[in-house]
Design a protein around this ligand. Structure first.
Ligand code: MF3
Ligand code: CO
Length: 235
């Protein structure tokens, strides 16, 4: 899984280099596919429950599962790239939200604070903690910074399947599930500038904010260790 994580980071860097004004999300997907293959990995999302692309690209008010296509990236967009690759049968899942050009201070802070919320969540990890300890830390950080937490989508265990038990919510749902050394989970806060409510787009995949305000997403695949954690998908 460390190797899968390392390759995920390399693909993510390749995508990041190409995110600029004027590029289509389809082109970013093509670049991702080629890099994934060149590294000897597989794009886990391609064909997953019929998903038609290698990577999810969600712009502005799109929370998750944006489908790459003709859309052109423009100045002021925030672009979330959610990438899952597998290597030798093991998956690694990561998301980064990139700022393109000039955005307002509040959007900049949304993006920065979503990353920081992730780090608040991992900070509490060590052998024996409960899922809700992570959830609470993320939720508190989000609310302290005026952001709302999407509840319909959650982090998850990960390994030979992309989605495994347990769920890792970004709000406290009371989960007493214990995390033990050697388990690997994907922690992925999805935070909104406005209200927490979301809806499913007509394409049956893309989840968007109800109020049309922007949403940011930050995710890594994380190994639980005796006295802490190890992030497998880079920074
Ligand atoms: N990382 C995304 C998730 O955990 C991957 C979705 S797979 C896709 O939900 F099929 F939607 F692409
Ligand atoms: Co995930």
């Amino acid at each position: 899984m460390r190797e899968a994580g390392k390759y995920n980071s390399l693909v993510m860097q390749e995508i990041a280099k190409n995110i600029k004004v004027g590029v289509s999300t389809q082109r970013l997907d093509d670049i991702a596919y080629r890099k994934i293959k060149a590294l000897g990995c597989k794009p886990s999302c391609l064909g997953y429950e019929g998903f038609p692309a290698s990577v999810c690209i969600s712009v502005n008010d799109e929370v998750v599962h944006g489908i790459p296509g003709k859309r052109i990236i423009k100045n002021g967009d925030i672009v979330s790239v959610d990438l899952v690759v597998s290597y030798k049968g093991y998956h690694a899942d990561a998301t980064r939200t990139y700022i393109v050009g000039n955005v307002s201070k509040e959007v900049q802070e949304l993006v920065e604070n979503t990353k920081k919320a992730f780090y608040e969540g991992v900070k509490v990890i060590k052998n024996g903690i409960r899922v809700r300890d992570i959830s609470r830390a993320i939720e508190k950080y989000a609310h302290d910074h005026g952001l709302s937490v999407v509840e319909e989508l959650v982090g998850h265990g990960i390994g030979t399947d992309m989605h495994e038990e347990p769920d890792i919510p970004n709000f406290d749902d009371g989960s007493m599930v214990k995390l033990k050394t050697g388990m690997v989970i994907a922690i992925e806060p999805m935070l909104n500038l406005g209200e927490k409510e979301v809806y499913l787009d007509d394409n049956d995949w893309t989840v968007k904010t109800m109020d049309g305000k922007p949403s940011a997403h930050y995710e890594n695949t994380v190994l639980i260790t005796d006295d802490g954690y190890e992030i497998l998908t880079g920074d």
